[in-house]
Design a binder for this molecule. Structure first.
Ligand SMILES: Cc1cc2nc3c(=O)[nH]c(=O)nc-3n(C[C@H](O)[C@H](O)[C@H](O)COP(=O)(O)OP(=O)(O)OC[C@H]3O[C@@H](n4cnc5c(N)ncnc54)[C@H](O)[C@@H]3O)c2cc1C
Ligand code: SF4
Length: 479
């Protein structure tokens, strides 16, 4: 146990954030770190409650939260790191970007504020890097089996690291010219600076993982080729098909998918080229972000740093409550209003608003959105709600740039899927059996391309599970 009376003595303390006026001038991470003494007190708040819901229910990786909290309180950072790495390949990444469902499930949060688990996780991981405790862990012997991993997001990377450490020759194929998936191209640098990712990729290379970047499977190499050259294939290709908004005016200039906007900025920060004719810029513009989720929030922070004149984020759903409602009891993940660091930097947020039409300037460029307020019904027994337009509530929002952050439908149904004729479910995701295998023998799939767009922590968990399944499959073939 950390400290028997810790939760009575110490209160929750958040990590410091750089002042808004300073951070909007650059692309560096917003969140700072608590000093060591303060962190140890935060860890001491862990009650060792007996049934750690944070670990068993909240964290998709089943991180051993009470154990690493205790070690941090005792000052045994090395042991804390061992506990973390036992379940999580990239704690310095989840420590930065995880929404921390573990904290929503923390027993202390029933009557007080949750333990700051994410911050402690990040501190343990960063200290491990600083003190040279994290180094390559190559497999002691090779199995002679070859595995291809398609996609280098958190799922593909976690799977590849596990497979290489199990002794399999592992090659990661990635369509983009650099590895990382949404960690590299999607999540802004102000949430996750890319040297954090590069440091892990170096570790993986030293463990024997090979990266074939700028190779699109299904286009540059066929699935048939992979099936011939590898003993197993894992598809971890993400859910890249963005949801569109097919309303009048959609074809106007200045309406873009959020990812096109975000990826360009990741490239600029990395010093990569963005062709001038394709550039999407928010500087000096009235920006409207459609979609109130994380991707939308990332667009807000990016537009702010690019110097937008004004930013409005529009959401179809009603404004969530400030606190957990009785119909969403602990330890479930609560639907509450979340204010991100990007929101703090300045943006107007509208809820219960439906966009009916994009309005054009001279029929070419977008100049506004015709919107209407909507009223939601109370949920039915299955939790479903309907809405209707509020009479006479139409209004127009000014917009020189509209960004669609409406979520993702499913994986891209490109040549890779069609060539291999992979079975899909009714939502368009890849269908897998209990072993995580697709309709093709030896071809596995995991993460967002199977269960739909989700979280980094779930992607890492899915990658680790897939690596275990592939390991079992290869062993089965040895016998
Ligand atoms: C803008 C944005 C911000 C987000 N912020 C957060 C956050 O703060 N916290 C959080 O927990 N989650 C966040 N998420 C969600 C999280 O990033 C994803 O759930 C996670 O990255 C999914 O991991 P994955 O490995 O399944 O796929 P991805 O990360 O999508 O990676 C898939 C990879 O496969 C590659 N690929 C696809 N097809 C092929 C092919 N045919 N050949 C070769 N390569 C291919 C793609 O190029 C890509 O690199 C965010 C998502 C977005 C879009
Ligand atoms: S990975 Fe996320 S859910 Fe799991 S312990 Fe860390 S912050 Fe919590």
């Amino acid at each position: 146990m950390a400290k028997p009376t810790g939760f009575l003595e110490y209160v929750r303390q958040e990590a410091p954030k750089r002042p808004v006026s300073q951070r909007v001038e650059d692309w560096r991470e917003v969140e700072g770190r608590l000093p060591e003494a303060a962190l140890r007190e935060r860890a001491a708040r862990c009650m060792d409650c007996g049934i750690p819901f944070c670990h068993a229910f909240g964290c998709p990786l089943a991180n051993r939260v009470p154990e690493f909290n205790e070690m941090v309180w005792r000052g045994d950072w090395e042991r804390a790191l061992e506990f973390l790495h036992a379940t999580n390949n990239f704690p310095e990444i989840t420590g930065r970007v995880c929404p921390a469902p573990c904290e929503a499930a923390c027993t202390l949060s029933i009557g007080a504020e949750a333990v700051t688990i994410r911050q402690i996780e990040l501190a343990v991981a960063e200290r491990g890097w600083r003190d040279g405790l994290i180094h390559p862990e190559p497999a002691p012997h090779r199995t002679g089996r070859r595995v291809a991993v398609v996609g280098s997001g958190p799922a593909g990377l976690a799977a590849a690291q596990q497979l290489a450490r199990a002794g399999h020759e592992t090659v990661v194929f990635e369509r983009h010219d650099r590895a990382g998936g949404i960690l590299r191209y999607g999540i802004p640098d102000f949430k996750l600076e890319k040297w954090v990712l590069d440091r892990r990729l170096d570790q993986m290379r030293a463990e024997g993982v090979a990266f074939e970047t700028a190779v699109a499977v299904g286009e540059d190499v066929s699935m048939r080729y992979l099936a011939r050259k590898f003993d197993a294939v894992l598809l971890a290709v993400g859910a890249e098909q963005p949801r569109d908004l097919p309303i009048p005016g959609r074809g106007l200039e200045g309406i873009h998918f959020a990812m096109d906007f975000l990826v360009q900025q990741n490239r600029r920060v990395a010093g990569e080229d963005v062709p001038r004719e394709d550039a999407i810029r928010a500087g000096g513009k009235q920006v409207v972000v459609l979609g109130g989720g994380d991707t939308g929030s990332d667009c807000v922070g990016t537009a702010r740093r690019q110097g937008a004149a004004g930013i409005t984020q529009v959401e179809l759903l009603p404004e969530p409550p400030a606190e957990r409602l009785p119909d969403c009891p602990w330890p479930a993940w609560p639907t509450v209003k979340r204010t991100s660091t990007s929101h703090e930097e300045g943006c107007r947020r509208l809820w219960s608003v439906m966009t009916k039409e994009f309005i054009g300037r001279g029929g070419i460029d977008v100049r506004g959105l015709r919107c209407v307020r909507i009223a939601w019904s109370v949920p039915d027994a299955a939790g479903r709600r309907t809405f209707e337009e509020v009479p006479d509530s139409e209004f127009t929002l000014e917009a020189d740039l509209a960004l669609l952050a409406l979520g993702f439908a499913h994986l891209r149904h490109g040549p890779m899927v069609t060539e291999a004729d992979l079975a899909r479910d009714d939502r368009g995701n890849l269908k897998v059996d209990a072993r995580g295998m697709t309709s093709r023998e030896g071809v596995f799939a995991a993460s967002d391309c199977v269960h739909g767009a989700s979280l980094v922590v779930r992607a890492i968990a899915a990658g680790r599970l897939a690596a275990g399944n592939i390991n079992d499959y290869l062993k089965g073939h040895d016998e």
